[in-house]
Design a protein around this ligand. Structure first.
Ligand code: ADP
Ligand code: MG
Ligand code: ZN
Length: 556
């Protein structure tokens, strides 16, 4: 059977996702592999498929005892004999699995790492009597101090390669930066592993950072827009998860807290309720979420600063597994950064502190970005990402800017052609090729007459205003103000200088506004500034009444 046939037969899928095909091939060739694939990407299949294709047993190490049963049940339903050994089984059940292992009936065996090397390596010794054809280490970043979820029992796995020198090992994780990857390769003593890195980009998640100021109200506003949605709110301390959950309950939200200090029953209960949509909001420490397969989480909020990008990205990755648009919102304060710095200094040895501080620094940089957040995240995980995503908060602000050089050149050249002797409205009419009598016949002969017909009058007024604000045009203080060029406008006309314009947020709303605003010049502090402010808000008709019937430039 080919891998593709097996994929179809056992899993009912028609094609491989990400690099599953190549990964399976590497294992079948007997090589080691390090697999980085985002949560929900389909890591399990990378060892489950080889397991059914190879003779012998595949041993799967997973830290999540709670999830083993689900995985094993799913495999059995697909007709793949699988079992797990953990503390939830009684002696009889364990014995029965041991005999099924001996008979070679079982294809996949799930184990927690501590199990394997506990009681004088009895299990390892037993496994060595069997035909182990593949060792799969899930959540492999748990072996690294540098990962965000170090588990000491994972360190025991380093002796796997000595115990089973010929058996291929596949290590899988959804999160590992360079340092953590190196650590995984070394600690597991992987032999010339092939690294398979799938794109970590989650295009349906949009990233946003907001100053942690009045965060509770910000939160309420956010939740108000997400009444029907499921979401996770991460807090740093156990106490704050309980406090916030209680506050939200008082506001009428179906929220519960989750942290490692709760008894197992409460944790299981709250998690179940969340999975079943009986509660909408889980207010949790980072103890919550690993292995949680809930597809419709619409948002992940970090109420406090995460310690590092790896953890942050893993946590935000719990949103939008169904591929629908989802949000990641983080509240950032310098105070949080200081607090975490203090933690980092006292935790662990000097080396560890140094690395934790570096990672924290990268996290803070992320919060203070002036460039695309997604691009930064992708680069952090060594992935090229072109330019900008267009959906993070930085991009959304940046996108209001656009290259207006050509528009500027048209405007400036019109002013130039008209010998710098006319006001804004005349220049605009000229640009738009107005047929009105106002435009003198001699001007209709000029080459630039009508070159701006593609834009509306309101748009031209807006851009004229922006040109003035940016210093490319001067509006004189005369009774009938006229437009003059400046030294920098010459550079634009010569093509030496680019001009950026802002697209106004209120462009559409303003356009529907028809009531003209009337300004009394005598009541305005500063006529020039006012005029420019008006220019920025062009679509609202405005009159400045200087004296009796004298209307100012900006009047429409
Ligand atoms: P991960 O461990 O990477 O978070 P899983 O192994 O749990 O992800 O897989 C996530 C989901 O994707 C599962 O429902 C799985 O059945 C599905 N899946 C995996 N591979 C494929 C594939 N090739 N085609 C379609 N669905 C797949
Ligand atoms: Mg998994
Ligand atoms: Zn972006």
């Amino acid at each position: 059977m080919t891998p593709l046939e097996a994929l179809h037969k056992y899993f009912g899928y028609t094609e491989f996702r990400h690099q599953q095909g190549a990964i399976v091939q590497q294992i079948l060739n007997g090589g080691d592999a390090l697999v980085l694939m985002p949560t929900g990407g389909g890591k399990s299949l990378c060892y489950q498929l080889p397991a059914v294709l190879m003779d012998g047993l595949t041993v799967v190490i997973s830290p999540l005892i709670a999830l083993m049963k689900d995985q094993v049940d799913a495999l059995n339903i697909n007709g793949i004999p699988a079992a797990f050994l953990n503390s939830s089984l009684n002696a009889n059940e364990q014995q029965s699995i041991i005999s099924r292992l001996k008979s070679g009936e079982i294809k996949l065996l799930y184990l927690a790492p501590e199990r394997l090397f506990g009681s004088e390596n009895r299990l390892v010794t037993f496994l060595k009597t069997l035909n182990v054809s593949l060792i799969a280490i899930d959540e492999a970043h748990c072996i690294s101090h540098w990962g965000h979820d170090f588990r000491p029992e994972y360190l025991m796995l380093s002796s796997f390669k000595t115990e089973f020198p010929k058996t291929p090992v596949i290590a899988l994780t959804a999160t590992a930066d360079d340092l953590t990857r190196k650590d995984i390769r070394e600690k597991l003593a992987l032999h010339q592993p092939k690294e398979f890195v799938s794109s970590f980009n989650r295009p349906n998640i949009s990233y946003k950072v907001s100053p942690k100021k009045d965060s509770y109200n910000q939160l309420l506003n956010f939740l108000d827009d997400h009444q029907e949605d499921s979401g996770i709110i991460y807090c740093l301390s156990r106490q704050s998860t309980e406090d916030l959950a209680a506050d939200l309950q008082k506001q009428g939200y179906a929220a519960k807290a989750y942290h490692a200090g709760l008894d197992n029953e409460t944790k299981a209960h709250n998690q179940d309720q969340f999975l079943r949509d009986e509660i909408k909001i889980m207010v949790a420490t980072i103890a919550f979420g690993m292995g949680i397969n809930k597809s419709n989480v619409r948002y992940v909020i970090h109420h406090d600063l995460p310690k590092n990008i790896e953890g942050y990205y893993q946590e935000t990755g719990r949103a939008g597994r169904d591929g629908l648009p989802s949000e990641a919102l983080l509240f950032f304060s310098a105070g949080d950064a200081f607090k975490l710095q203090r933690f980092a200094r006292v935790e662990g040895n000097e080396d560890q502190s140094r690395i934790m501080l570096k990672k924290l620094d990268d996290m803070v940089k992320y919060c203070q970005l002036q460039t695309c957040r997604r691009q930064y995240l992708m680069h952090y995980f060594n992935e090229q990402f072109p330019d900008h995503c267009g959906s993070c908060d930085v991009c959304l602000t940046e996108f209001k800017k656009f290259d207006g050089t050509v528009i500027a050149q048209k405007a400036l050249s019109a002013v130039y052609r008209l010998n710098q002797r006319f006001g804004t409205n005349y220049v605009i009419d000229f640009l738009r090729g107005s047929k009105s009598e106002k435009i003198r016949d001699e001007h209709k002969q000029l080459k630039t007459y009508g070159i701006g017909a593609d834009l509306s009058k309101a748009e031209w007024q807006r851009y004229m205003g922006q040109l003035a604000i940016q210093g490319y045009l001067v509006v004189t203080d005369d009774q009938y103000p006229i437009l003059k060029l400046t030294a920098t406008s010459e550079a634009v006309l010569k093509g030496l200088q680019k001009v950026e314009f802002n697209l106004a947020e209120d462009l559409e709303t303003a356009a529907t506004e028809t009531q003209p605003t009337i300004y009394e010049a005598g009541l305005l502090h500063d006529l020039k500034t006012t005029r420019f402010n008006l220019a920025m808000n062009e679509n609202v008709p405005a009159y400045i009444i200087l004296s009796d019937a004298t209307l100012l430039e900006m009047a429409t």
